[in-house]
Every structure is written in structure tokens, then in C-alpha cells.
Design a protein. Structure first.
Length: 110
């Protein structure tokens, strides 16, 4: 049996999506926070994301040896991970196909 990764719009729970997968620490922290509330609620997710950035800022401020470039890189990594996670919550988009150019829509005469 082939074990496919979850699709972007997979409707499984957060823990089901993370189960068995090796998560990086940022993703693991975010997904663990999701378990403490309603991950389907956008406002809740935004609060979790703000908390993740606040935690990163505390870590960066506590380490005076970190370079500006490294700090920027870490912020971008968190932002990219949040974007990736948030894509799982996007609603499915229906497939829209356009009619052939030479066919007029119903009710229109040329």
C-alpha cells in the first residue's frame, strides 16, 4: 500500500495529519497549540501564529550572538511554515471550465 502525504485540503484532524510524520520544531509547536483549541477557527490560528512569532522574538533577543541575517532567516522560515500550514485550511476551489470559444452561452444569440 502506498502511503501518500496529506493533500492541501485534507479534512483530517491536525493530529492525524501530523501522525507519523517527522515535524520540524516550529511546525510541531504550532500543531500542538492547535490541539488546545479549534484549529478550524481562523482567529484562533492567527493567535497561535502571533504566539509563534513572539516566541521566536524572545529566543532571538535572548541570544545576543545571533546575526541579523540569521534572525531574518529564522523569521522567514517561521513565515514559510505558517503559510504551508495555513494552506491546509483553504477551502477547496471548484473546477471551473470555460466553454469553447465558438459556443455561445445559453440564451445569447449572435
Amino acid at each position: 500500500m502506498i502511503d501518500w502525504p496529506p493533500a492541501a485540503n485534507d479534512q483530517g484532524t491536525v493530529s492525524e495529519r501530523a501522525e507519523g510524520a517527522r515535524l520540524d520544531p516550529i511546525e510541531k509547536a504550532i500543531r500542538n497549540a492547535f490541539e488546545k483549541g479549534n484549529a478550524e477557527d481562523r482567529a484562533f490560528r492567527e493567535k497561535v501564529y502571533r504566539s509563534a512569532f513572539a516566541a521566536l522574538d524572545r529566543v532571538l533577543q535572548a541570544n545576543p550572538n545571533i546575526t541579523v541575517e540569521a534572525a531574518i532567516s529564522r523569521r522567514k522560515a517561521v513565515q514559510a511554515k505558517i503559510t504551508e500550514i495555513e494552506s491546509e485550511f483553504l477551502p477547496a476551489v471548484p473546477d471551473v471550465t470555460l466553454p469553447p470559444e465558438n459556443v455561445l452561452p445559453a440564451g445569447r444569440n449572435s
